[in-house]
Design a protein. Structure first.
Length: 66
């Protein structure tokens, strides 16, 4: 059985329950945002805290804030 490429990290499905998990890259490719733009990787993102801190803050706020 072939494996499909996946991404792992902090995910938010927009229902107020951000979590650590995986998503198939092919699923991301099919998402279109509010301005009809596709999901894109932010090549310039620089983490300023550990992933565990992003998770904690997202769970407290109910969404990913930065």
């Amino acid at each position: 059985m072939a494996t499909r490429p996946t991404a792992y990290g902090l995910i938010d499905l927009g229902i107020g329950m951000p979590a650590l998990g995986t998503v198939k890259l092919s699923d991301l490719a099919g998402i279109v945002g509010p301005r009809k733009l596709p999901v894109r990787r932010d090549r310039y993102f620089q983490a300023v805290r550990p992933l565990s801190e992003y998770i904690r803050l997202a769970q407290e706020n109910g969404s990913i804030t930065d």
